[in-house]
Design a protein around this ligand. Structure first.
Ligand SMILES: [Zn+2]
Length: 265
């Protein structure tokens, strides 16, 4: 899935890139909105309206993910974590950090700011939709606003799953890290939980497919595979970084000692 990515534009100095797989997602989202979701909720509109709504919904999804990832990047920058950029791929976005966060507090804040931003934008979109309904805006506009409001809440909820490297998993790792002062141990536990949750999604997806929910089941199956492999890969990456940069590990240990000292005093 991580194939060629194309650079789109720069925002606050961060390069926004889109993986080729995102174009497939954009087409799938437009199609399923235009032929499934919108006709079901808003009946008797011209076919062209559904396609406009679908395309606007896909663009809105794109902007929602950028907003979410940008909030991570801005918080990471505050803590001096260097960022490569933001890449959008089929399951959403990735704010690519070049390094591990300097401490557990930085990790926690960098992780939680994403879901919080999504919830915030979901509430704002919902209020705009209500205002639009009161002011008599066309249903094509309020319908898309309503979809995007929900989408951002779902985005926040999914990312809050305690499955490393999702945001919830990063929050779990930061809590374990601050408890035992051992980044490697914390990453191992959080990645195992992530890998286990991924496996549950895969099994749930297979069960759904056999129960007749083929499309929904396939999505859960693929998301589960993705979460599982991302969890395993991120633990391997941490081990490799410590192997290739032994001085980095020393810094970490020094930091941990300092952390312990400040706690005793
Ligand atoms: Zn996130």
């Amino acid at each position: 899935m991580f194939g060629r990515s194309v650079s789109l534009f720069k925002l606050f100095g961060f390069e926004i890139k889109v993986d080729i797989s995102w174009l497939i997602l954009a087409a799938l989202v437009t199609w399923s909105l235009a032929s499934g979701l919108f006709p079901e909720y808003y009946k008797h509109l011209p076919a062209a309206s559904y396609w406009w709504m679908g395309a606007t919904g896909a663009v809105g999804l794109f902007l929602s993910i950028i907003f979410h990832e940008l909030s991570h990047s801005l918080m990471a920058r505050r803590y001096g974590i260097s960022m490569k950029g933001i890449t959008l791929f089929i399951f959403g976005g990735v704010a690519e950090m070049e390094d591990d966060p300097p401490n557990s507090k930085a990790e926690f804040l960098t992780a939680i700011v994403g879901p919080l931003s999504s919830i915030l934008i979901g509430i704002v979109l919902f209020l705009i939709k209500l205002w639009g309904e009161i002011s008599g805006w066309p249903v094509t506009v309020t319908g898309v606003l309503s979809y995007l409001a929900w989408l951002n809440i779902v985005l926040a909820a999914f990312n809050l799953l305690p499955a490393f490297p999702l945001d919830g998993g990063r929050m779990l790792r930061s809590a374990l890290w601050s408890w035992k002062k051992d980044l490697r141990w914390a990453t191992n536990i959080a990645a195992n939980v992530g890998s286990g949750l991924g496996l549950m999604l895969v099994i749930g997806g297979i069960v759904s497919i056999f129960m007749g929910n083929v499309i929904g089941g396939l999505w859960w199956f693929m998301i589960g595979l993705f979460v599982r492999s991302a969890a395993q890969r991120s633990y391997q990456q941490l081990l490799a970084r410590n192997l290739f940069h032994p001085e980095k590990k020393m810094e970490l240990n020094d930091f941990e000692k300092k952390d312990l000292r400040s706690e005793k005093s």
